[in-house]
Design a protein around this ligand. Structure first.
Ligand SMILES: Cc1ncc(COP(=O)(O)O)c(C=O)c1O
Length: 379
């Protein structure tokens, strides 16, 4: 049987990872500034992570949510402490799309309303309502399209208020930083306006922190830089460091009834062991402060490069918009310098999403390689 050809692949097979380095089948090492799409937060094969998952699978790998799973309670407590959301409740699923799907569902249950407002160039996942809330008509099948999802221009509070005034809005959902769009930023003032307008019109605020969360911005969640407090926050990617995990932080005032949400695999013992290990390392090694320090220094350096038009982001979630298409530069970084970076829907933008413990000297190496890739004479 062949694989369904839905991905455009980089010409490489990776067989090993350690920290911020991955190796291909021929033994060539690569600096991983892509992190498997912002997933690798504490580094590849971190010893504490390997030990925690190995210990858990040897003890009890899985049981369903029909019994008490104490490690879930431990993870929720730890996530509450590390993120500052200790009064919220945590519901675990398996992916970012599923987390957003459940957040929208819960907002609709809680308000009795039907409409969801999202923003232009958003990406919220590929399940039914999450894909309808994603601004890419190419991936929305006719069965997913729904008039219950309304798109609003990012950073336009007047447009948002006009939509809210029409009524029936259950939630406004926004990414902490828009990832797929090339690290497009909602301004802090705009986020504060969104919070105010949601409260004024009785809509819930959902923060999609699937890509921008897990400490990547320097705070546990990117929206915390703006000082806002959403009712629902979704997580995935970095919180599992490669183990498929998603989740939903739910404000204490949102009522849930028995059976309203559910999942077979969400919050299983292995997923919880993975999350615990990730949170341990983020806390113990001060990775949020490190990400903020080295990431913001990289942003400042890149902003001064002559072939860079704009640098967007915070901490280690960075979009570098070049004065040319990014695809060729990415290829040179990969083939000539052994550096993996991400692309974006904005074709001139490179995305930098490394493990949060990447050292500053590796980022210096990237700046030199970027300069060579943009100025050197490469075939
Ligand atoms: C902001 C955001 N939300 C949701 C998702 C979907 O996550 P998943 O692929 O785990 O379903 C992504 C994935 O790239 C994302 O970047």
């Amino acid at each position: 049987m062949d694989l369904l050809p839905v991905y455009s692949l980089l010409d490489i097979e990776l067989v090993k990872g350690q920290g911020w380095t991955v190796w291909d089948a021929d033994g060539r090492a690569y600096l991983d500034l892509y992190g498997g799409h912002a997933v690798i937060s504490i580094g590849h094969s971190h010893p504490h992570y390997v030990e925690a998952i190995s210990r858990q699978v040897a003890q009890l790998g899985f049981y369903s949510n029909s019994v008490r799973i104490r490690i879930q309670e431990d993870v929720a407590r730890q996530l509450g402490r590390v993120s500052g959301y200790d009064t919220y409740r945590f519901f675990m699923v398996n992916s970012g799309a599923e987390a957003n799907e459940n957040a929208m569902k819960l907002a609709s249950f809680a308000t009795g309303r039907k409409r969801i407002v999202v923003f232009d160039k958003s990406f919220h996942g590929r399940t039914s309502l999450a894909v309808a809330a994603t601004d890419n008509p190419k991936i929305v099948a006719p069965v997913n399209a729904t008039s219950n999802v309304v798109f609003c221009p990012l950073n336009d509070a007047d447009a948002l208020e006009r939509i809210l005034r029409e009524g029936d809005v259950a939630a406004v959902m926004i990414e902490g930083m828009q990832g797929v769009a090339g690290v497009r930023m909602p301004t802090d003032d705009f986020l504060r306006e969104v919070e105010r307008l949601c409260a004024a019109y009785g809509a819930m605020l959902i923060l999609d922190e699937v890509q921008s969360g897990s400490g990547r911005s320097g705070r546990y969640f990117a929206h915390q830089h703006a000082g806002i407090t959403p009712q629902l926050i979704t997580v995935a990617k970095g919180i599992g460091n490669g183990f498929p995990v998603g989740g939903l932080l739910v404000h204490p005032d949102i009522a849930v009834t028995d059976g309203m949400l559910g999942t077979t695999f969400g919050g299983n013992h292995l997923a919880c062991a993975a999350m615990q290990a990730v949170l341990d390392v983020i806390e113990r090694d001060g990775l949020m402060a490190h990400a903020e320090h080295v990431g913001n220094a990289l942003i400042a350096r890149c902003a001064e490069l002559p072939y860079v038009r704009e640098v967007r982001g915070r901490g280690l979630m960075i979009g570098i918009e070049l004065d040319r298409p990014a695809a060729g530069v990415r290829t040179t970084l990969f083939k000539r310098h052994g550096i993996l970076t991400g692309n974006a829907s904005q074709p001139a933008t490179l995305r930098v999403l490394p493990p949060l413990n990447v050292p500053a000297h590796e980022l210096d190496r990237f700046v030199d390689a970027l300069t060579d890739s943009c100025t050197g004479d490469h075939p």
